[in-house]
Ligand binder design. Structure first.
Ligand SMILES: [Zn+2]
Length: 354
């Protein structure tokens, strides 16, 4: 992206925060070094000898043996960053802008933030500390709390005056708006919505808060049309039943976690109780250490939650796991023995995911 730079601003009088590098697991060292090389070659990071600011890194192994890496800015610049007051569009805005369109095309900006040069003044705040030394970012990076607003603002300026175009970041979709559900999951979610036979009106209302797909209303009507219990009460006033989806508090406050196994591949499934947003991490191991690593990455990207609900599986009952949550101020709710159903959100999500 030419002619635009991203500015990261901190509160006046802020003292720089410098963190030591975190130890990188031996098995990941080579991959981390390769990624550092790649970022250097692409001019995204530059090695520096010293820096007042330094954030440790979060490393996420990918399936192809490479890693994804970002600064853990939660512990440095995000603590004193000046917020960017720029509204992010939600799904409603997206649909409103594109309403009436017949032909749609999508332009994907790979590594979106890295398209945006950092203002030279701001580079220092994004310095990372690794086992190979200090590196300064030349581009906007994931993990900076104002990055979505900065990026959205820039794209809106670039696209200003061009009709029927909207910039929309996928990972923004989850907050308070609806998820567009792919076809293969629609039936599963219909039966989730139908749990407790809430009736057509209530199902439509629930759906409206969480998800959307073309023809959703008709699908709900058809689904309920085939249900005899619903048929029997069709013309009676609906009781205000407590649907499991109405527990929603606020987004990213309480998550449910569970492991699923498909064809010997394990998946850590995380569901946000409010938005039903699901994160799925493929993993070979289901140890406490692995679980902690995956959640650490998740928290680094999306922020900490207040409560985490799990069953009593070994990874979730270990001391390490308890300590990890405690150190991050996350309350651990274990579904009581003999009541595995109270971790239903994650289990249902596992079913949906399967
Ligand atoms: Zn029914």
């Amino acid at each position: 992206i030419q002619d635009f730079t991203a500015k990261v601003r901190v509160q006046e009088g802020t003292k720089p925060i410098f963190h030591k590098p975190r130890p990188v697991p031996y098995a990941l060292k080579e991959a981390v070094e390769k990624e550092l090389d790649r970022l250097q070659k692409n001019n995204i990071i530059t090695k520096v000898a010293r820096s007042d600011w330094a954030a440790p890194i979060v490393v996420v192994p990918k399936k192809d043996k490479t890693v994804r890496m970002c600064g853990d800015y939660k512990v440095t610049v995000n603590r004193c960053i000046l917020p960017e007051e720029y509204p992010l569009p939600n799904a409603e805005d997206l649909f409103a802008t594109l309403a009436g369109g017949k032909v749609f095309s999508k332009l994907d900006l790979a590594f979106a933030y890295q398209q945006l040069k950092l203002d030279p003044e701001s580079e220092q705040y994004l310095t990372i500390n690794t086992h190979k030394g200090l590196f300064r970012f030349n581009r906007l990076a994931y993990g900076i709390s104002t990055a979505p607003a900065i990026f959205q603002h820039t794209m809106d300026q670039i696209l200003d005056g061009i009709d029927n175009v909207v910039c929309f970041m996928d990972d923004i979709l989850l907050w308070g708006s609806r998820v567009v559900v792919p076809h293969k999951f629609q039936r599963r979610l219909l039966s989730d919505l139908h749990e407790g036979h809430p009736g057509i009106t209530r199902m439509k209302a629930l759906a409206r808060s969480y998800l959307w797909w073309p023809g959703l209303d008709q699908d709900i009507q058809q689904h309920v049309g085939h249900c005899s219990p619903c048929e029997a009460v069709r013309n009676k006033p609906a009781a205000a039943a407590l649907h499991p989806w109405s527990w929603a508090a606020t987004p990213w406050e309480r998550i449910h976690v569970d492991y699923a196994e498909i064809d010997k591949q394990h998946f850590l499934v995380v569901v946000d109780v409010h938005s039903k947003w699901m994160e799925v991490f493929p993993t070979q191991l289901t140890t406490a250490e692995k679980t902690i690593n995956l959640l650490r990455h998740l928290f680094a990207s999306f922020g900490l939650v207040k409560e985490l609900v799990s069953d009593n599986g070994p990874p979730f009952t270990s001391n390490d796991f308890e300590m990890f949550l405690k150190n991050n101020g996350v309350r651990h709710i274990r579904s009581p023995p003999y009541h595995p159903a109270s971790n239903g959100a994650a289990e249902r999500a596992v079913q949906t995911f399967k």
